[in-house]
Structure formats: C-alpha cells, structure tokens
Design a protein around this ligand. Structure first.
Ligand code: NAP
Length: 248
C-alpha cells in the first residue's frame, strides 16, 4: 500500500527535516507551507532528486477553506492519506501576559490550535474505518512549553501547546477503535528559525545551559521520534508523548 503523508509547515525547520526523513522511509510527501515557496520547493527538489515523491502546497492552515483545499490537493495528487503531522506553528515577540492584547492571543491560538483541529478533522474523515478508510496515524508537534509555561517569553504560545496536548489525548481516545493512533512529540530548544519570531534568533544558545544535556536539539532529532510514532513499531502507542528536550 502507498504511504502518503501530509506535514503542515514543512518548508523549514522540524517540518522540513520530517519531510526528508519520511521520504527516505518510503512516504509520498505533501510539503505544506505558508509563504516561503522557494524553501518548500527546495525540500521537494531534494526528495525527488533522491528518487522520492513529493509535492508542495501553499495553504494557511489557520484558515478552514485553505485546510479543505490542502487535503483535496493531497487526495488528487498523492492518493489516500495514511499519516498527518500537525507541525505548523508560530510565536510572537517575547512579552509578559500583562502586555498582551486579544488580537495577538487569538492569532497564536488560531495558528497553533485551530489549525491542528481542522487538519485532524480532515485526516479522520479520510483515515477512519468509520468513514470507510483503512486507518492511519497522526502526530501533533507540541512543545515542552506546555509544562514549563514560557514565563516572560510567550505564555500564550505555551498555553496553545497545552491545548495541543489535550487534543492529543482526547482525539486518541475518540478514534482508538477506528484504526487511527494519535500521539505527540514535545520538543525543547531546537535550532530553527522560530526563535527569531520572538525577537531572539540566538535563544537556543542562551538557554542551553539550563538543559541537563547542556545543548540545543536538532530538527532531525525530533523528526526521528515523529517517524517512529507514525510507524508500525509504535503500534500500541496512542495518546502518548515523547519529550525531546535533552532532559528538560
Ligand atoms: P519554523 O522553523 O519557524 O518553521 C515554521 C514552519 O511552519 C514553516 O514551514 C512555515 O512556512 C510554516 N507555517 C507557519 N505558519 C503557518 C500557517 N499558518 N500555515 C501553514 N504553514 C505555516 O518552526 P519550527 O521551529 O520548525 O517549529 C515547528 C513546530 O515545532 C511548531 O509547532 C513549534 O511550535 C514546534 N516547536 C519548536 C521548537 C523549537 O525550539 N524550534 C520547540 C518546541 C516546539 P513558511 O516557510 O512558508 O513560513
């Protein structure tokens, strides 16, 4: 059976590393991106140069119509979906809760939480035996921020990841008898572009001293756990979490 995977936000960072590794493991890959088409095309080009199959699809996963269009593109161009990685996420300038306005909080929740619900909905409608599907697996990319809280930086972001953890538990139980496993990874401080959005591109090197392993993580170290959770080797794992944070 063809393995087809959709990874939201896979033009860069953890998503891109996951896309490349998924292709190595035999998945046909949908590389979703928001705005950086050259980065998405570069991921697709690397996959196809290595003999794999991939497409790049622009969609803002915080927007319901875009999500519906994204999944329709996968149906049309790659076939039956077998794996979803909810990965696209964002954060904004570091500030305290007493400085935040509603517009910012809602942007974070829409991009980091609503998008995961919408993509999970579309995936379940395709994978669940309840709808005639043949099963599949979902991995949500959460964060250790959900239990650390990101005080003084972005508690809104941390709270959005708390919601992702709860979605993972609830959805996993909802579809447990329908052939779908739902799990999450919780990365710690990983070297990607996301820290620049908070105003501190070098954040990982500042905070790595508080990590028991005394170093930041690399996107591939998260991707490997995601691919394991998606694989048959994780066949009895659902509603569970792998923290990838050097012991933090
Ligand atoms: P990143 O390097 O900033 O990349 C973000 C990716 O998401 C890009 O591909 C971007 O597309 C895409 N994206 C952003 N908003 C989107 C939207 N509305 N619709 C579709 N795509 C969107 O981020 P990252 O560090 O790899 O983070 C990936 C995930 O890991 C996030 O959920 C993040 O919260 C989580 N995480 C990261 C860390 C860390 O230390 N890096 C730690 C814990 C958890 P464009 O290229 O088009 O902009």
């Amino acid at each position: 059976m063809n393995k087809v995977i959709l990874i939201t936000g896979s033009s860069r960072g953890i998503g891109a590393a996951t896309a490349l590794l998924a292709a190595e493991r035999g998945y046909a890959v949908c590389v979703n991106y928001l705005a950086n088409q050259p980065a998405a095309q570069a991921v697709v080009a690397e996959i196809t140069a290595n003999g794999g199959s991939a497409i790049a699809v622009q969609a803002d996963v915080s927007q319901e119509a875009d999500v519906v269009g994204l999944f329709a593109a996968v149906d049309r161009q790659l076939g039956a979906l077998s794996a979803l990685v909810n990965n696209a996420g964002t954060l904004e300038t570091q500030m305290r809760v007493d400085e935040m306005d509603a517009a910012r909080i809602n942007r974070i929740l829409t991009t980091n939480v609503t998008s995961y619900f919408l993509c999970a909905r579309e995936a379940v409608r395709r994978m669940s035996t309840r709808y005639g599907g043949s099963g599949g697996a979902i991995v949500n990319v959460s964060s250790v921020a959900s239990r650390l809280g990101s005080a003084g930086e972005y508690v809104d972001y941390a709270a959005s990841k708390g919601a992702v953890d709860t979605l993972t538990i609830g959805l996993s139980r909802e579809v447990a008898t329908e052939g779908i496993r739902v799990n999450a990874v919780r990365p710690g401080f990983i070297y990607t572009d996301i820290h620049a959005l908070g105003g501190e591109p070098g954040r990982v090197d500042r905070v790595k001293a508080v990590v028991p392993m005394q170093r930041g993580g690399h996107p591939i170290e998260v991707a490997q756990a995601i691919l394991w959770l998606l694989s048959d080797e994780a066949s009895y794992a659902t509603g569970t979490f792998i923290d990838l944070a050097g012991g933090k």
